[in-house]
Design a protein around this ligand. Structure first.
Ligand code: ADP
Ligand code: MG
Length: 551
């Protein structure tokens, strides 16, 4: 038995830092960003174990710094050893040393002097020579895990490992749109972002394009809010891109998040983004977004995860509500109706309209189709309103208002209605009496599988069907929904008994459109389906092969 020496311990630890090729890429990109690079070129061969090369146009290093950089626990980023002041992405000073432990590493750098430096680390041998290179740094990593057969074995197929790399690079590119990224795989360029600083420009060239929809289906935001963190007035900035709720995903993995420039996953902030979308999303769908949150370094502890994939926030609740509000504001003021050239087929011409209420303010009712759709003219576009969906939205907002102010008005049923329910519903009735009461239900378990319902909600002067209790209970039970009450209200709002009759006369139709226009969020029903589609006149003109300017 013997105690391991320090060097051996470090080498074992190296395997923890560098677990797969994507980690190498992340560490090298972080270093380039820390060096203020504006252009970062990444090349990967095969699964990344053959060769990874990252070249940047950042600050570069002096010969002395380059020599130190590959040693363990050397960093230029902690001037006085104060971890709370780190603005940089790196700070542990172990990435280059760890990579050099498990691969052959060549570092070529120049900090702007007449000649550059090359440092080659091959096993224990370090060679230093001068080299020609403009300002910046190139790091090439070959034969990754050549001395770690177990790690090599545990890697997935080259396609999967490259996919991981590509995903991490996309995260950086989206969340740092001011930097131009390129990624080549086996000499084939897979991605190149322009580095204009605009997330929309970045997204257009990323595989994200499909996930986010085209740029006109998303909005950008850039909002700074001052909140109190640890007793100090603190600026929190939220920047990025939100896909419109017409683009959703079944899983939560499509929200990209960065905190102080580092792509991380912070579940509390992801949930805040989802809350910001609120009822615009169907209950079982998740948003697509890329948001970069910036706050002072002391409010963030990046040192909570070995590979820095998450961070700890001070006052996480306050930051989460800033994010939620920023997202909600951006979505409620966004106007997607700006002109965009879309395909000629009518399918593509029918765009769910999302935007401010003013988009409906000047809508004039011109007719109806099949007692289902109301047709309006607005700003030269033809709007098609789904009468039922519009009703649901109006009902929902009125219900929500009623519940916010007090309890939902209800009417007494005399005699009470007896319902038979499943055992789970019976249990839910008992567990959620208060909540049901606030919604206007007064159910009383009556033994076995029956309840007596003594009152039902009547929020809009319309009496809910007693069966609405079942949907209210269902909404409560799968209360995984971010806001139980909202889900419940959405279901209530959509319950058939709360819908108006199918046939509306012209005045009623005009009134419905007007009321829809006054909703907080007129363009989606409470379950997130669109209420209004727009057909731009240009589409009709082109469809009829008219010259757009000639009538
Ligand atoms: P850390 O990033 O935690 O400081 P690293 O091992 O990743 O540790 O890097 C060690 C040091 O090497 C950094 O502190 C930095 O001074 C220097 N360095 C690494 N990569 C670059 C680069 N691309 N450009 C400039 N300096 C770099
Ligand atoms: Mg680093």
């Amino acid at each position: 038995m013997r105690r391991l020496d320090r060097e051996t311990v470090d080498r074992i630890a190296a395997g923890e830092v560098v677990t797969r090729p994507a980690r190498v890429v992340v560490e090298l990109v972080e270093n380039a960003l820390d060096a203020s690079a504006k252009r970062i070129e990444i090349e990967v061969d095969g699964d990344g174990t053959e060769r990874i090369r990252v070249a940047d146009d950042g600050d570069g290093m002096s010969a002395r710094a380059a020599e130190l950089a590959v040693e363990r626990h050397t960093t230029s980023k902690l001037p006085d050893g104060d971890l709370t002041a780190v603005k940089a992405l790196g700070f542990r000073g172990e990435a280059l040393a760890s990579i050099a432990d498990v691969a052959r590493l060549t570092l070529t750098t120049n900090d702007g002097g007449p000649k550059g430096t090359r440092v080659i680390v091959d096993d224990d041998e370090v060679t230093i020579e001068s080299a020609g290179r403009g300002r910046g740094t190139t790091i090439e990593v070959r034969d990754l895990f050549h001395n770690r057969p177990a790690r090599r074995e545990s890697l997935a197929t080259p396609a999967t490992e490259f996919e991981r790399i590509s995903d991490r690079v996309a995260g950086f590119a989206l969340l740092r749109p001011g930097v131009a990224f390129s990624l080549d795989h086996d000499d084939r360029r897979t991605v190149a972002t322009p580095g204009t600083g605009d997330a929309v420009d970045a997204v257009l060239v990323l595989p994200e394009r499909e996930r986010l929809g085209v740029a006109r289906e998303s909005t950008t935001l850039d909002a700074t809010t001052t909140v109190e963190i640890a007793g100090l007035e603190t600026d929190v900035t939220v920047r990025g891109l939100l896909a419109y709720p017409s683009t959703t995903r079944a899983s939560t993995g499509h929200v990209r998040l960065a905190v102080n420039g580092r792509p991380v996953s912070v579940p509390a902030l992801r949930r805040a983004i989802e809350r910001g979308y609120g009822s615009l999303l169907p209950g079982d769908r998740h948003p697509v977004a890329a948001l970069a949150v910036s706050l002072p370094p002391w409010a963030v502890d990046p040192n909570v995860h070995p590979t820095k994939e998450t961070v700890a926030l001070r006052a996480a609740d306050a930051v989460a509500s800033v994010v939620e509000d920023a997202v909600a504001d951006a979505l409620s003021t966004a106007d997607l109706r700006r002109a965009a050239d879309v395909a000629m087929d009518l399918d593509a011409a029918l765009d769910p309209v999302e935007g401010t209420a003013s988009a409906l303010g000047n809508a004039t009712f011109v007719g109806r189709f099949r007692d289902l759709y109301l047709l309006c003219e607005a700003d030269g576009d033809l709007l098609v309103i789904d009468q039922h969906a519009a009703h649901e939205r109006i009902n929902y907002e009125r219900l929500r208002e009623a519940v916010d102010s007090a309890t939902v008005p209800s009417v007494t049923l005399d005699p009470p209605v007896t319902l038979s329910l499943s055992p789970a519903d019976i249990a839910a009735v008992e567990a959620h009496t208060d909540e049901l009461a606030r919604l206007g239900f007064d159910p009383e378990p009556f033994g076995g599988d029956t309840v007596r319902l003594r009152a039902v909600p009547a929020p809009l002067g319309r009496v809910a069907d007693p069966e609405a209790l079942t949907s209210a209970l269902a909404a409560i039970r799968d209360g995984s929904a971010t806001d139980e009450r909202d889900a419940l209200l959405a279901d209530l709002a959509c319950h058939p008994s709360l819908k108006a009759g199918d046939e509306l006369d012209d005045d009623e139709a005009a009134a419905l459109i007007e009321r829809l226009g006054t909703c907080d969020q007129p363009f989606a029903c409470p379950h997130g389906r669109p209420t209004v589609l727009a057909i731009e006149e240009g589409h009709l003109a082109r469809g009829f092969e008219r010259h757009p300017n000639r009538r």
